[in-house]
Ligand binder design. Structure first.
Ligand SMILES: *Cc1c(COP(=O)(O)O)cnc(C)c1O
Length: 428
């Protein structure tokens, strides 16, 4: 019997000391209803809740745990680093080493600045783009999530859409007056905005492959055209690769579409499960940041040795093995199984996938933008979610999040996942 008794007790206890019992909204399971789970531990591809239920983990902490949980090599090096203490407030070699690994993987970058979260990376990148161009306006795309900075909480994905919020209260109008929004995959809207606000747009920011409205791929030629428009109008292109960086190959997703972004934001995977973000660009841009330049940005724990170590070891594992190839094959098999099974049991389903990132939308239509993503049947998703949980498959509790495979998954994991999908779709 599937039992969440301990989770329920912790959830109730947490409600007295944590807002909504959680520290990040999606964890409350609001959009799928029912009892949110509390986690005890995780190892390799598996995650265990406090009631002892064992699941195959497709959340992977929303991306960072790409080599699986508590990977021996990462753990060993982190333990060694911990012995040398946790943070110094002064520089160390690990910061250089991780920056060099990132530069090697994304050759357009000269300099990296580490911060503590994706949110921080993105809002610092905006500040930098505004300083570099001397302009104020930012263009973002609906359904893309760039963290919770004021200027970017407009038509955002992830928890904002999961909870059905229009944006956020507490964001002053002034803070978003320079934020322009266009639909994802719609070039005409972008051109229209550039014509209207000629010489005012500092940067276009995009998730090159969107992951926070569920996975949505860019149309053929879309990113290239976007880059051309930016160049023509003297605006920078910021690739928010916090989710996609090092996810589908050893590098940044946008480079697979034959472009270089001007500023790249990273996070998630490059911290190997510890709090890390980074923004990076060519020297001409990055040298504006303090202490070399006038753009101020700082952090007490930035580049801290434990997080750097976890990031370095994770990237080394990814660089060395053909982990990406295997993850991608597994994800492709899952995609095919989802579609075949949906077909067999007449479940309306549309699947988008980027390497080992995959989303199953409960609808028949193709999903190419936020509006189409929102046509999905979220009640059907909730039934799917809970049936999968009972089968031992841990999925993100929202139609609008991606599932992440890890290199710790094996044939057994795949088989169990596929059987669970078959059972679930049979009575959906
Ligand atoms: C997760 C994410 C962020 C925010 O990162 P945090 O570490 O949660 O602050 C920003 N952009 C994208 C694309 C993300 O996926």
């Amino acid at each position: 019997m599937y039992n969440l008794k301990e989770s329920k007790e912790l959830f109730n206890r947490a409600s007295n000391s944590l807002v909504g019992s959680v520290n990040s909204p999606v964890r409350a399971f609001k959009s799928v209803g029912g009892q949110a789970v509390f986690i005890d531990k995780a190892q390799g591809p598996y995650i265990f809740d406090v009631d002892g239920n064992k699941y195959i983990d497709y959340v992977g902490s929303y991306g960072p745990m790409i080599v699986g949980h508590a990977h021996r090599q990462v753990l060993n090096e982190v333990q060694i680093a911990c012995e040398k203490s946790f943070t110094f407030g002064a520089s160390g070699e690990k910061e250089i080493e991780l920056a060099e690994l990132i530069k090697e993987a994304i050759p357009s970058l000269d300099k990296v600045r580490f911060v503590n979260s994706g949110t921080e990376a993105v809002f610092s990148a905006l500040r930098l783009a505004r300083a570099f161009t001397g302009r104020d306006k930012i263009l973002k795309f609906s359904g893309c999530y760039h963290g919770h900075a004021d200027a970017l909480l407009v038509e955002a994905g992830s928890g904002v859409v999961t909870l059905g919020l229009p944006g956020s209260q507490g964001v002053p109008e002034k803070a978003v007056k320079d934020t322009l929004v266009a639909p994802f995959n719609d070039l005409l809207s972008v051109e229209g905005l550039f014509n209207q606000f000629n010489n005012e747009i500092a940067a276009v920011i995009i998730e090159p492959v969107a992951g926070n409205m569920g996975v949505v791929l860019p149309n053929e030629g879309y990113l290239k055209a976007l880059k051309n428009i930016c160049e023509k109008h003297g605006a920078l292109l910021i690739a928010d690769e916090v989710m996609t960086g090092f996810r589908a190959h050893f590098g940044a997703a946008h480079t697979l579409f034959d472009i270089d972004a001007d500023i790249v934001c990273l996070g998630k995977v490059i911290g190997g499960g510890f709090p890390v973000g980074a923004y990076a660009a060519r020297s001409e841009i990055m040298d504006l940041v303090a202490p070399l330049g006038p753009v101020y940005q700082a952090g007490t724990l930035s580049g801290n040795p434990i997080a750097m170590t976890a990031g370095i070891e994770t990237l080394k594992l990814l660089k060395k093995g053909d982990l990406y190839g295997q993850m991608s094959i597994y994800a492709e098999n899952l995609e095919r199984h989802l579609l075949d099974t949906a077909n067999k049991y007449s479940v309306p389903l549309s699947v988008n996938r980027f390497g080992s990132m995959i989303s199953a939308f409960f609808q028949k239509g193709k999903v190419c933008d936020f509006q189409q993503a929102q046509d999905s049947d979220t009640e059907m998703f909730a039934r799917y979610f809970w049936s999968m949980m009972k089968e031992g498959i841990f999925l993100p509790p929202s139609q609008f999040e991606a599932c992440f495979l890890s290199s710790a998954m094996d044939e057994d994991c795949m088989q169990q996942t596929m059987e669970s999908i078959t059972k679930t779709f049979k009575d959906l």
